[in-house]
Design a protein around this ligand. Structure first.
Ligand SMILES: Nc1ncnc2c1ncn2[C@@H]1O[C@H](COP(=O)(O)OP(=O)(O)OP(=O)(O)O)[C@@H](O)[C@H]1O
Length: 232
């Protein structure tokens, strides 16, 4: 489904992602782990088109995505939940959700909102409130809900558990697993929280200094071995 081959991304002369290759299949759940600053966000931004990739090739369902604008990638089914959530604080929860459908599915907004609220019932009572007054956990749910409004085939999430209470983190992992199952949605999570990532992912990739240095199935993986890559 998603094939990444030899992806290399630089900021000026600084090469941040080096020759990265991996695949994500339909309804696959993959996590990308790694310490601060190893290039995880840069890789994600390059996958969804917010950063140009220097070298390499990204294909999705056999279509070449390399060099395509974020708008075209989202039209093809790629969606992104950024680190820090980036909801629009001055818009209401409902307006934030609507934004997710505006580009490609404006006529289906009502039905999509209903569907998203079934996954995130906690947002129902806040629909008329400004997004900015929600708690961190509620904002994360809103950001994921907004991404689901675009009817994605693959959802990229950048550190969704960051700064969120453990009970909400656990709720988010259940919801992502449910959406994955019910919608055959592929999930690609960047994380430093190994416990959370392994509650969702079936496969893991570990990044160090811009390169994938380890990968495997979560089932049977040695948590202590993987943790070594995450501790300083
Ligand atoms: N816009 C930018 N211009 C120049 N360098 C950048 C830019 N964004 C990130 N970098 C650098 O690229 C490297 C990788 O950053 P990146 O944010 O991709 O890492 P990360 O693994 O996602 O880290 P974190 O877990 O802290 O989000 C870092 O050295 C960072 O300082």
């Amino acid at each position: 489904m998603l094939n990444v081959e030899g992806l290399t991304v630089s900021y000026g002369k600084m090469q941040t992602v080096t020759d990265v290759s991996f695949n994500v299949g339909k309804a696959d759940k993959v996590c990308l782990l790694g310490r601060n600053g190893v290039g995880k966000t840069t890789l994600l931004k390059s996958l969804i088109g917010l950063l140009g990739s220097g070298k390499g090739r990204i294909t999705f369902e056999g279509k070449n995505m390399t060099g395509k604008k974020p708008f075209e990638r989202s039209k093809n089914g790629l969606a992104y939940v950024p680190q820090g959530r980036e909801i629009i604080p001055m818009l209401t929860v409902r307006e934030n959700l609507d934004l997710g459908a505006i580009a490609h599915h404006p006529k289906e907004t009502e039905a999509l909102v209903e569907e998203v609220l079934e996954y995130f019932p906690a947002l129902k009572e806040h629909l008329k409130r400004k997004g900015g007054v929600l708690s961190g956990g509620q904002q994360q749910q809103l950001a994921i809900g907004r991404a689901l409004m675009s009817k994605p085939k693959i959802l990229f999430l950048d550190e969704p558990s960051e700064g969120i209470q453990p009970n909400v983190v656990s709720e988010i992992s259940s919801i992502l697993n449910r959406v994955n199952k019910e919608k055959s949605l592929s999930v690609f999570i960047v994380e430093q929280n190994l416990d959370f990532a392994f509650k969702i992912a079936e496969r893991y990739l570990v990044m160090e200094k811009g390169a994938i240095v380890s990968s495997g199935d979560v089932k049977g993986a040695s948590v202590s071995e993987v943790k070594k890559y995450l501790t300083i």
